[in-house]
Design a protein around this ligand. Structure first.
Ligand SMILES: Cc1cc2nc3c(=O)[nH]c(=O)nc-3n(C[C@H](O)[C@H](O)[C@H](O)COP(=O)(O)OP(=O)(O)OC[C@H]3O[C@@H](n4cnc5c(N)ncnc54)[C@H](O)[C@@H]3O)c2cc1C
Length: 331
């Protein structure tokens, strides 16, 4: 690992000041992703700004009809929080399914959204892949069992964050303090960047930007949400496929629905085509499977990951069924 200067500010503005003034400085929250990136020399900043002592970035509060979660709130705190469980079931489930107890106790919400992809070619120092400025996506012809089945032309990474689809199902906004000292809110649907748009990053964040928190919209009385993931190793693992859904019912009719799939493309994907299968109709398990079918209709799997198409269809159906059950009052 290369030497770096370490800053330990105690307020958001002090942290932002360093990020703004010291070129290439990187924020460190729990460090569970950043330390791996530093050790593998995938990033080598001259300065690291720890957010450990910035208390104002931590917490969960109901605010203006939404639920605000501070960027440095740990994933374990989110998973256990009563406010999140009440109306943000998908968010609580996604948090509870992240990593191990050790990871969840250290990893934060902001870091989870900003973590880098896990593609083994990207993470391996010996592969100069396209994501690292090279010319080849080694996964295209190589070992691609865990890679993307959508948007997989130039780079086959899959999006790694559990919280991203769950927060999107709840129409979250991401709060950012920019290098110019101004705050801005970014809709979670506008937060992600495809490799074709910019190979060097996965989010729209610019140098010096600090995520301060997220606010999501909790579901009401006739609403339910769910997060389901399938993974190979049951003790802990990143998802092979995952999905989050929020369903608002009027009687048995689906008044509104959000369906977001992930771990299958470089960015999480809202599937409006699958939502359309449900909207305005009486919810049934049969319809949920039809929505699953719609969600995978345009998949373009690679040589070794065709299994993900069937898996995703089932993941979507199970997620919708769980969300609808909660909306009916079976929370
Ligand atoms: C064994 C293992 C299993 C895992 N399993 C899962 C899993 O199943 N699902 C899943 O979603 N994740 C999983 N993870 C990933 C883990 O959730 C992330 O590493 C973690 O959420 C990152 O959060 P952090 O606070 O540690 O971020 P850090 O490592 O501190 O930072 C990660 C990145 O985000 C940036 N960053 C952090 N905070 C901010 C901020 N406030 N503003 C701007 N940029 C910021 C950092 O600069 C860095 O680039 C796993 C990790 C491990 C090691």
């Amino acid at each position: 690992m290369r030497n770096f200067d370490y800053y330990l500010p105690s307020t958001t503005s002090e942290a932002q000041d360093v990020l703004k003034k010291v070129k290439g400085a990187r924020a460190k929250a729990g460090g569970t992703d950043l330390m791996g990136l530093l050790k593998d020399r995938l990033t080598a900043p001259d300065s690291v700004v720890s957010l450990d002592n910035v208390g104002e970035l931590t917490g969960i509060k109901e605010r203006d009809g939404g639920v605000w979660i501070g960027a440095t709130t740990t994933i374990a705190t989110v998973a256990a929080n009563k406010t999140v469980h009440r109306g943000g079931e998908a968010v609580a489930e996604a948090a509870a399914r992240t990593g191990t107890p050790l990871i969840r106790n250290r990893a934060t919400v902001g870091g989870n959204l900003c973590q880098r992809p896990r593609c083994w070619y990207f993470r391996h120092p010996d592969y100069p892949c396209s994501k690292k400025g090279g010319e080849t996506c080694y996964a295209q012809e190589g070992e691609n069992k865990y890679h993307a089945i959508f948007d997989n032309v130039t780079c086959n990474i899959i999006h790694p964050s559990n919280l991203a689809p769950a927060l999107w199902a709840h129409d979250a906004k991401i709060h950012v303090l920019g290098a110019n000292g101004k705050t801005r809110d970014i809709g979670i649907d506008e937060f992600w960047v495809l490799p074709e748009e910019d190979m060097s990053k996965e989010t729209v964040l610019e140098d010096g930007d600090l995520v301060t928190g997220v606010t999501y919209t909790p579901g009401g009385r006739s609403s339910g949400s769910a997060y389901v993931e399938v993974r190979e190793k049951q003790s802990y693992d990143w998802a092979l496929t995952n999905a989050a859904a929020r369903i608002d019912l009027s009687g048995s009719r689906v008044k509104d629905v959000r369906l977001v799939i992930s771990a299958v493309a470089p960015v999480p994907m809202r599937r409006e085509d699958a939502e359309a299968v449900l909207k305005g109709k009486a919810f049934s398990e049969d319809l949920a499977w039809k929505a699953g079918e719609a969600a995978v209709a345009d998949a373009t799997p690679l040589r070794d990951n065709k299994y993900k198409v069937r898996l995703l269809k089932a993941t979507v159906a199970h997620t919708l069924i769980a969300a609808a059950q909660r909306a009916k009052g079976g929370k």
